[in-house]
Design a protein around this ligand. Sequence first.
Ligand code: UDP
Length: 359
Amino acid sequence: MKKIVTVIGARPQFIKAAVLSRILQGRFQEILLHTGQHFDSDMSEIFFTELNIPAPKYNLGISGGSHAEMTGAMLVGIEKVLLEEKPDALLLYGDTNSTLAGALAAVKLHIPVIHVEAGNRLGAMSNPEEVNRITADHLSTLLFCASKSALEFLKRENLGERACFVGNVMYDAFLHFSSNSRQALSELRGYDNALIRVPEKYCYMTCHRAENTAEDSTLLEIFRAVDSLDYPTIYPVHPRNRERAQRLHREYGFKRILLLPPVGYLDSITLTKHAACVVTDSGGLQCEAFYAGVQCVTVFEHVVWPETLVDNRNQMCAPRAAEILQKLSAKQVIDPNYQPFGDGHACEKIVDRLERWFG
Ligand code: UDP
């Protein structure tokens, strides 16, 4: 059986591994390597237990520091594992520093790289993830695209022959785990374990990108927008942004915004499905709002998922209160036949293709 080392390190990568590892099982020997990029129990452990992801054989415990410090330490750690395991291929997801380090380590050891969620482009090298995705794509042997626009980007960069469209693995995950999450949630755990009652009508918000959270002023604009909706907002806060979010919340008394620690994936998709609207800067969550047919405003300058931007289903927005509110008030139209992220079987398509490729 061919051996694959899979590098994971961040929340969305755990979710992707939860669905792809199941399909790899029995057909490939998969070894999970966790870089440690996300390490808190509510950013890492909960995903492994709740989504039944096999325990990683390796955990490098690398998090924090500058991009260079993190990527450099991961590069060294991943190389050691690859030298020991001698896999037939290395599998990577998305666009994090763990992805970049994995691609660099493997290619120097002549280990073929498989990139899942390849080809997304923002057109802005100022975005650190853009550097990671472009580099990883160009170092990869097999590229699996979540959308047709991603495949087009790869063709333009002369990578079309190594690439194919399979659909979004996150869509597979959404469909697979949705069966566990039909009922709306009645309560959630807040900070200090306090119980928070989930209102019947609410906005579900996540916001963690540096572009929106590095300054008080941008986060304040986003808070002001959702605080003036006529229903409350549920906001699980990324640990990176906790201090600022709690301080602004306290200083300005945003009583209609319910701050809480990160929730698990099952709670996150349940919250999305029952939300009146979603306000986010997350790539994953804007797609989940789309799958669930819930209107979304994405507070970010660059388009990550152009397919979602139809009929007001997802609208890109600057971090300005008036613009966010104006976009939330636009009416969305849903065409049920429009399914740009595949048929929910991206993982099967990936594993079939890998089997053919290995011969
Ligand atoms: N998510 C979660 N708990 C939360 C917030 C988000 O499980 O408290 C999920 C969300 O449903 C989506 C994924 O995390 O599936 C998105 O991850 P993140 O926003 O960290 O990364 P991005 O999508 O921006 O790469």
